[in-house]
Each structure stands twice: as C-alpha cells, then as structure tokens.
Design a protein around this ligand. Structure first.
Ligand SMILES: Cc1cc2nc3c(=O)[nH]c(=O)nc-3n(C[C@H](O)[C@H](O)[C@H](O)COP(=O)(O)O)c2cc1C
Length: 366
C-alpha cells in the first residue's frame, strides 16, 4: 500500500466498506439507558417538532452526517451524495479532514463539491488536532472554513489512531492552547470532536476553558480506528501495528458515558456520536443532554450508491427518533431533555464511580 496521505484516506474508505471495523467487545452503553414508556402520551405523532437551532443554524431534525472523506475521486462522489441528501432534508454534514487539500490545492474540488450541492445546509469543516499541534495555525483553519464556506470548524482528536499506526503523529503537546487560538480567531464556531474513543469530563472542561463552541464526544461503540489500522497493518504484514490495532480495538469511553460526563461538565452544545445506529439511541442521547446527534459509518455504503440512498437512511433514523419521542410523550426536543431516563449496569456504575449521579435522570419529569 502506498503511504501518501491521499492513498491512506482511500484505504480507510475501502477498509470501512469491506471489513468489519466496528467495536467488538465494547459497546456504546446505550443498552444501559432506558427511556420510560408512556402509555398515555397526550400528544399527536404528526405534530412532533424535531427542529432545533444550534450553532446559528436551524436543523429540521437534530442530526448530521459525521466527518468522513475528501481528497479522491471516490470521495468527491461520496461527498456529493451526502451533500445533496442533507440539503433536501435541511440538516448537516461534516467533511473529512481537509489536510490533503490544504497541503495540495488540486484536491480542493473533492471538498468544494459539498457547498455546491448543499448551498444552504450546515457544513462542518475539518482539520486534525495533530496537524494543529505541529504545523497548522489560524491560517490553515481559516483556509479549511473558506474552502467549503463552512458554518463551523471541527478540530478532530484521534490520539488512538495516531498511537496505533507507524506513521502516526504522536506529539500532542501544546494542542490545547492552539485550539484556543483558533477558537478566538475564527468567525465561525469551533467544535472539537473525537473520532471513536470519547471525551472525558476533564478534557471537556479544558476545551470549554479554551473557548470552543461545542464538543462532539464520538465515543466507543461504533467505528474503531484501531480496527481500521489493524487491517492496514495486516495488508502490509506489519505484525507490531497489527497487534496494537487488535489490542486497542475497543479502547476508549463508551458514547453514553462520554456524553453524560461531557454534558454534565460544560455548558456548551454537546454532540453525541460514536455507534449511534438508530433513532432510539439518538433519542436516548438527546434525552441525556445532547443538542445534536451524529453518525458516520451508516451513511458510507449508501453514499457510494446515490443521494437517494443517503436520504432514505437519514429519513429512517429521523422517523425512528420521532416514534421514540411519541412513545415518551415528548413533542419537542426541550421536552425530550426532561423525560425520565433510567441508567443501569456498567454505565451507571461508571458514572457513579466518577461522581455523577445516574439516579437523578430517573427522577425527572417533563
Ligand atoms: C470512512 C471514515 C472516515 C473518517 N474520516 C474522518 C476524518 O477525516 N475526520 C474526522 O474528524 N473524523 C473522521 N471519521 C470519524 C467519524 O467522523 C466519527 O467520529 C466516527 O466514525 C464515529 O462515528 P460512527 O461510529 O458513527 O462511525 C471517519 C469515519 C469513517 C467511517
């Protein structure tokens, strides 16, 4: 396998399409989260309002497609399909890391296509934390935003992936102050996102103090970057990296745990992601305090086919969210954030051990 960044990005897409790269022994923790069924909801299903305004954009439903790709011909097609679907639905999407196009402007088109196909939707630009720590600054962050006329910028943290790959950029020192500089200098909101290992309360508090506008927890339970690197290592017969990928496959904070830790520690919009695969888990996340929900992997396969396929997948998830809201008697997201939620099992144990009180969620009433 070629090791240029462009080739590496293409490998990621191929591996995610062909291999099982989802968490295996770990899960999101949403199996420990229960919404209390309401037999007398006293609302009308059709009238449930899922709309919400976050980061200055009015989403028709609290959902966006997570950061995935850019840089190659296939990525252009994937990005265009997602962009067309989200434009029709009035929701949002993140583009993949723009590093390839910041370093090589010839590749900008694979990102710019997103704004062409989605002139009014919410678009999240994307740069990497490790690049920000080493060589990028405000200039590159502004370039990423301008390239897609983004509504906001995401800075991704992927310390697990960097740690298990031989070409990993493993110097994260000084990153938090760089994040602060970018957050201060940009005219659009700056969000920090993980990529499948979660964000703990302490990190969330540091990010808020640094001045970010939102946090996407992207916890364990869905796509595992250690798994992706496992397959890359296997293909080049790199026994050491393969072993690292296997050992750290399920590393990190489960999404439900990370969401509660973060939402309880900051007063910023929190995005729940990492293994969210249906509208019930999305509704649970919103009930636990998320302002928006995001999923990435479920839309990859549809995006290689057509925008119609992406739209159908998104509409299914939104339909399930609406149904879940009906079944707990919440006709708005504000009401959903007040319904009782029962936390049990390992998720409740974890939260209790970390000083959060899972019982409090069970005593709320809308
Ligand atoms: C094929 C693929 C490529 C990805 N590329 C990026 C990226 O360039 N930048 C980024 O911030 N996250 C990237 N991610 C991570 C996702 O945005 C998300 O945080 C992670 O996959 C967890 O969500 P999921 O379980 O719904 O897939 C990528 C995910 C996938 C599946």
């Amino acid at each position: 396998m070629d090791d240029s960044i462009e080739e590496r990005k293409a490998d990621h897409i191929e591996i995610c399409l062909k291999e099982d790269v989802q968490a295996q022994k770990a899960s999101t923790g949403f199996e420990d989260v229960s919404l209390v069924h309401e037999a007398l909801p006293e609302i009308e299903l059709k009238k449930i309002d899922l709309s919400t305004t976050v980061f200055g954009y009015k989403f028709s439903a609290p959902l966006f497609v997570g950061a995935m790709t850019g840089g190659t011909a296939k990525a252009t097609k994937i990005n265009a399909a997602i962009a067309e679907a989200i434009e029709e639905l009035n929701i949002g999407m993140g583009v993949g890391s723009q590093r390839v196009a910041i370093d090589n402007p010839k590749l900008e088109r694979s990102f710019m296509v997103v704004r062409e196909k989605a002139p009014t939707a919410f678009i999240l630009a994307n740069i990497g934390g490790p690049q920000l720590a080493s060589k990028y600054g405000v200039k590159e962050a502004k370039k990423a935003v301008a390239m897609v006329q983004a509504n906001a910028l995401a800075i991704h943290l992927n310390v697990l992936q960097e740690a298990v790959q031989p070409e990993g950029e493993t110097d994260y020192s000084g990153l938090i102050s760089k994040i602060g500089e970018v957050a201060e200098a940009l005219e659009v909101p700056v969000i920090v996102k993980e990529t499948g290992a979660g964000i703990a309360a302490e990190d969330a508090a540091m990010l808020e103090a640094a001045g970010v506008a939102g946090i996407d927890v992207a916890g364990v339970g869905g796509t595992s970057w250690a798994a992706v690197e496992y397959y890359r290592a296997k293909a080049r017969q790199d026994v050491f990296s393969q072993r690292l990928g296997e050992t750290f496959w399920d590393w990190g904070l489960p999404t439900a745990v990370s969401l509660v830790e973060t939402a309880k520690s900051v007063s910023l919009p929190v995005i729940a992601s990492g293994g969210i695969r249906n509208g019930i888990d999305a509704a649970k996340a919103l009930a636990l305090g998320a302002s928006l929900v995001s999923a990435t992997y479920p839309f990859l396969q549809p995006a290689t086919k057509s925008s119609e396929d992406v739209k159908n997948s998104l509409q299914l998830m939104v339909g399930e969210m609406r149904n879940a809201m009906f079944l707990v008697g919440a006709d708005s997201l504000q009401k959903l954030q007040k319904v009782p939620v029962v936390l049990t099992g390992k998720t409740a144990e974890w939260l209790r051990a970390r000083g959060f009180q899972p019982e409090l969620y069970a005593r709320r009433s809308a």
